[in-house]
Design a protein around this ligand. Structure first.
Ligand code: FES
Length: 152
């Protein structure tokens, strides 16, 4: 990671770990899933409120995890509020390709915004699971599968 990205990465992780956005319950969620990282035993719950048009009207998370998992969940929920299910799936795919280093040489990651800093975790395989835990859980919540997700 170059110096500038490393600094940005640290800033973003610290900020969102200290004051995570959307770290709360939703009163009557339409969708919910629980995710679990077997490497560390951390878990996360993602709650969604989807309207009839398939728009994410509200999204939140709760659980215990490291700074990376919390920051990733915080940024994810901030980014996905107001998005459609299809957009959320597209952003998930892009984020997943970013952290697993599958984007190729000239990645178009503008739409990921601050999430781009998570590109740094691909150098640390164990951290990839931390960064993607909330995302896998969100995808399961979208499809309203209530079983536990285990990061692969
Ligand atoms: Fe548990 Fe990162 S160490 S989610």
């Amino acid at each position: 990671m170059d110096q500038e990205l490393r600094e940005l990465y640290q800033q973003v992780i610290l900020d969102h770990n200290k004051s995570p956005r959307n770290f709360r319950l939703i009163d009557h969620p339409t969708n919910h899933a629980e995710g679990y990282n077997p490497l560390c035993g951390d878990n996360i719950n993602v709650f969604l409120s989807l309207n009839d048009e398939g728009i994410i009207e509200d999204i939140s998370f709760q659980g215990s995890g490291c700074a990376i998992s919390k920051a990733s969940a915080s940024l994810m929920t901030s980014m996905l509020k107001g998005k459609s299910v299809e957009e959320a799936e597209r952003i998930f795919n892009k984020f997943h390709e970013l952290v697993t280093d599958k984007l190729g040489d000239n990645p178009d990651i503008d739409e990921l915004g601050k999430l781009a800093v998570f590109g740094g975790v691909r150098e640390f395989p164990a951290r990839v699971k931390c960064a993607s835990l909330a995302w896998h859980t969100m995808i399961n919540a979208l499809h309203n599968k209530n079983e536990k997700v285990v990061t692969e």
